[in-house]
Design a protein around this ligand. Structure first.
Ligand SMILES: *[C@@H]1O[C@H](CO)[C@@H](O)[C@H](O)[C@H]1NC(C)=O
Ligand SMILES: *[C@@H]1O[C@H](CO)[C@@H](O)[C@H](O)[C@H]1NC(C)=O
Ligand SMILES: *[C@@H]1O[C@H](CO)[C@@H](O)[C@H](O)[C@H]1NC(C)=O
Ligand SMILES: *[C@@H]1O[C@H](CO)[C@@H](O)[C@H](O)[C@H]1NC(C)=O
Ligand SMILES: *[C@@H]1O[C@H](CO)[C@@H](O)[C@H](O)[C@H]1NC(C)=O
Ligand SMILES: *[C@@H]1O[C@H](CO)[C@@H](O)[C@H](O)[C@H]1NC(C)=O
Length: 531
């Protein structure tokens, strides 16, 4: 009896000692992590630029995947910047060469740590953020879409061998070389083949699966599995925050990886990262929102576009004899979200290169204005979207009956949405901050456009004598107000309780207001440019 009791006692004692050692150890580890993260945060907050609204020599477009940055690149930036002004191989971290003289534009999925290779004072940063739920959906859908293109092959071996051999034309960069797709696509591809093989072996057993496209495990990895995979934790969740903070697993600073590790281990440390990301966002020249696409684009044209144009005006008046014939015909840029079409007929691709080459020609002969820029943008974006939709449809055919659409999304259970929100806590906060910044930018721009009048003197009196511009300004002000009120309402409605009908009414109303508003600045601006 006694020995048994002794035994139990000593086991308990041992257990106690081990847990306390564990506790001490974890506490130590936490403290160590906290120090690491704090130190990183302190060194990451550099002092603000004296004027963040002024475009510097180099424009760094921090392209968060699946935020629609590609349309800005193709339909604005490529029209503004001739291809010889793009920093070579921007999307390609290994071969990126910031030392190229005169390189003025960099667009990349690489994170903010890239700034360590750039002249900080002479660089302006712009980015676009998106509602985290939509970004996760879109990342899932795009991974599946691109991976499904490989299903033309009889088996995985032949699919991978073929891609290994074929490289994109022009020595360009393929989506498969670009973070994060270089991880997501092959992973998803393997998964699709595995599921297809399993179906074959199951002898066409009639599957009466759910009709929810996001949960058809016979065909494609269900969304709820996808978001819980280690890869998703590594590169998707809170991806925007990590990218702006420079802490993605693709970061080019070695110390980032320890910080990253700590933040993932101790979630409370995420707040340090969030603070850094928020601060950086606030210091950017421009922050767009994917959801407010039309307005974001107009603002981009007015905030960034005008300054790029006047920069070039200044440049060309200095050296008027720039030899345009030497310009490279093809850009080294990848077509990030599209470049896998070496597998298919490449009509879309040809169309795209046409779009981009005409873009550069216009820039070169110096006839571009903001009004023209917006006009071209509309044409460009609609052709881009059509091409995108075509490819998506043809690719998703291969995983039919699964098909991703807005309607299909409505069937995704609320639990899954809630889980996405909680996995992306930092991104949810950062997105709110981006919305605030966007509202400020909107105000700033409206003020600037109204204020242009007295300053512009003669030029504007001329306009005034032709017609009252003031009603436009007040219309603008009303639209802005309306928009702010509605936006807040919608976001509340959508985020807090997905009361769809209410959100829908608000949404429609806001779209209307947005239309009124977004044409405002370009209208005003176009008129100024004509004189
Ligand atoms: C994969 O497909 C190719 C082409 O049809 C075939 O030659 C090869 O034997 C297949 N490999 C496997 C492992 O089935
Ligand atoms: C899928 O099933 C739900 C209910 O089970 C039904 O309301 C919906 O219409 C179906 N959708 C399709 C596309 O069949
Ligand atoms: C980044 O994440 C991917 C996907 O999980 C992983 O395969 C890769 O090794 C990671 N890279 C680094 C540098 O940790
Ligand atoms: C392109 O597609 C068409 C029809 O889908 C086909 O006839 C043609 O051979 C394809 N061309 C190439 C180069 O694959
Ligand atoms: C600029 O290019 C457009 C179209 O290529 C042409 O119509 C226009 O005349 C050119 N303008 C100048 C100033 O060369
Ligand atoms: C998938 O849905 C889109 C519209 O949402 C439709 O155009 C397309 O034909 C559908 N694809 C299949 C294979 O059903």
């Amino acid at each position: 009896m006694a020995s048994a009791r002794d035994f139990v006692l000593s086991v308990m004692l041992l257990a106690f000692v081990t847990t306390s050692i564990d506790a001490i150890y974890t506490e130590d580890d936490f403290v160590h992590c906290q120090n690491t993260v704090r130190k990183w945060a302190a060194s990451s907050l550099d002092e603000a630029k004296e004027d963040k609204h002024k475009l510097q020599d180099l424009l760094f477009f921090l392209h968060v995947p699946r935020t629609g940055g590609r349309t800005y690149f193709h339909c604005f930036l490529r029209k503004l910047y001739a291809s010889n002004l793009e920093c070579p191989r921007s999307y390609d971290k290994l071969r990126f060469d910031p030392s190229k003289p005169n390189c003025r534009l960099m667009v990349t999925h690489d994170d903010y740590s890239m700034m360590s290779k750039l002249p900080k004072e002479r660089t302006s940063v712009v980015t676009i953020l998106r509602n985290p739920i939509d970004r996760v959906f879109s990342t899932y859908e795009f991974s599946v879409e691109v991976a499904a293109r490989f299903l033309v092959h009889p088996n995985l071996t032949s699919a991978t061998q073929l891609t290994g051999r074929i490289r994109p034309r022009n020595n360009g960069v393929s989506t498969l070389d670009i973070w994060p797709w270089k991880y997501l696509v092959p992973w998803m591809r393997e998964d699709l083949f595995t599921r297809r093989d399993a179906r074959k072996h199951r002898n066409l057993k009639e599957n009466k699966e759910s009709n929810d496209s996001y949960d058809m495990e016979e065909i494609v990895m269900p969304l709820h599995e996808f978001i819980n995979e280690p890869v998703a934790h590594d590169i998707i969740h809170n991806g925007a925050t990590f990218q702006v903070a420079g802490l993605t697993n693709n970061s080019c600073l070695s110390e980032s990886h320890e910080v990253r590790h700590c933040v993932r281990k101790y979630q409370s440390l995420g707040d340090y990262v969030l603070d850094v990301a928020k601060k950086r966002l606030s210091d950017m020249l421009y922050v767009g929102l994917t959801e407010d696409h039309k307005e974001s684009a107009t603002m981009f044209a007015n905030v960034v576009g005008t300054q790029v144009l006047s920069q070039f005006e200044a440049l060309s008046s200095i050296s008027n004899k720039a030899d345009n014939s030497k310009m490279e015909l093809s850009s080294s840029f990848p077509d990030s979200e599209h470049d896998i079409n070496h597998l298919q007929n490449s009509t879309d691709d040809q169309k795209e290169s046409e779009i981009s080459s005409t873009g550069s020609v216009e820039t070169r002969n110096g006839t571009m204005t903001v009004g023209k820029l917006m006009e071209d943008y509309e044409v460009c974006i609609s052709s881009l979207r059509k091409a995108q939709a075509r490819r998506r449809t043809s690719s998703l055919k291969r995983i039919s009956p699964a098909n991703f659409s807005k309607d299909a999304r409505l069937q995704v259970p609320e639990v899954v949405l809630q889980q996405i929100i909680s996995l992306n806590r930092l991104d949810v906060e950062l997105y709110k901050h981006a919305q605030d910044i966007f509202a400020q930018e909107r105000k700033h721009l409206a003020e600037k456009l109204v204020e242009v009048k007295p300053q512009e003197g003669l030029k504007n009196q001329f306009i005034d004598s032709y017609g009252p511009n003031t009603w436009k300004a007040s219309l603008l002000a009303i639209a802005v107000l309306l928009l702010i009120v509605l936006k807040v309402g919608i976001q509340r409605a959508v985020l807090s309780e997905p009361d769809r009908s209410r959100a829908k009414v608000l949404f429609l109303a806001s779209n209307l207001a947005q239309k009124i508003y977004s044409y405002g600045p370009s209208l005003l601006k176009t008129e100024l440019d004509q004189f």
